[in-house]
Design a protein around this ligand. Structure first.
Ligand code: AMP
Length: 238
């Protein structure tokens, strides 16, 4: 059965890293709306160029644009096995759209993982984060002292700071997260497939915790669907 995962959490929580790893290991499609927009800017696509100004200020791009981008991507055949979303949904209307899209795309369970990391740790991580100017991958922090690797380990591209990772914009992005995206926790909290993960641990520990909670939530989701199906069959017979 298909498996769909939403990685929720503030900027810098590690959503992109974990979404990429999980999707690779399970053969799922990973969609990062931030990456799609940044690629669009590199290619000078009009829709992405309009979004750029908002992104540079740390504000959100409008729901209609974002929903159209994600819908188009998830309606392609490679999403039928399931997907991992990084950076989407960020608002309640976007979350409502995901439910509709899942029903049309593969009807698999939707697991929501909320990655929690304290604000001071997020600011620290984002201020020192580097990405590859060529392929967009997050650079691995060097394990040998404070020096960071000079080039991307994957493609040899130049490592740069993201335009929106400077401290002022980071603070704005965290405010926007509190205001627009945190309400999503209330939207999802009651679902049997909602889980919280402590993102303030080593990458390996986070990965282990994520794998465990996603498998557990997938089983809970399947159970909830089975009992809903039995009740509706009973109701139809009555
Ligand atoms: P990210 O790489 O996920 O941190 O996204 C970078 C920026 O892209 C955000 O600060 C927003 O300006 C924009 N963005 C990405 N995803 C969304 C979304 N789902 N809704 C609105 N804006 C988004």
């Amino acid at each position: 059965m298909a498996l769909n995962v939403i990685m929720m959490g503030p900027p810098g929580a590690g959503k992109g890293t974990q979404a990429g790893r999980f999707a690779r290991e399970r053969g799922l499609l990973k969609i990062s709306t931030g990456d799609i927009l940044r690629e669009g800017i590199k290619a000078r696509l009009p829709v992405a160029m309009r979004a750029k100004e908002l992104m540079d200020r740390g504000e959100l791009v409008d729901d209609a644009t974002m929903i159209a981008i994600v819908r188009e991507r998830l309606m392609r055949p490679d999403a039928r096995r399931g997907f991992v979303l990084d950076g989407f949904p960020r608002t309640v209307p976007q979350a409502e759209a995901v439910d509709t899209i899942v029903a049309e795309c593969n009807n698999g369970p939707l697991i929501i993982v909320d990655m929690r990391v304290p604000d001071h740790e997020l600011v620290r991580r984002l201020a020192s984060r580097l990405i590859c100017a060529r392929c967009g991958t997050n650079a691995e922090p060097s394990t040998e002292g404070p020096s960071t690797p000079a080039v991307c380990a994957k493609c040899g591209g130049e490592l740069v700071q993201r335009a929106d990772d400077n401290e002022d914009v980071v603070r704005e992005r965290l405010k926007v997260y509190e205001r627009a995206t945190k309400p999503l926790v209330d939207f999802y909290r009651e679902r049997p497939t909602f889980r919280i993960v402590n993102g303030a641990q080593s990458k390996e520990r986070v990965a282990h915790e994520l794998d465990t909670v996603i498998d557990d939530a997938a089983a809970a989701g399947a159970g909830a669907r089975a009992s809903a199906a039995v009740s509706s069959q009973k109701a139809a017979r009555a």
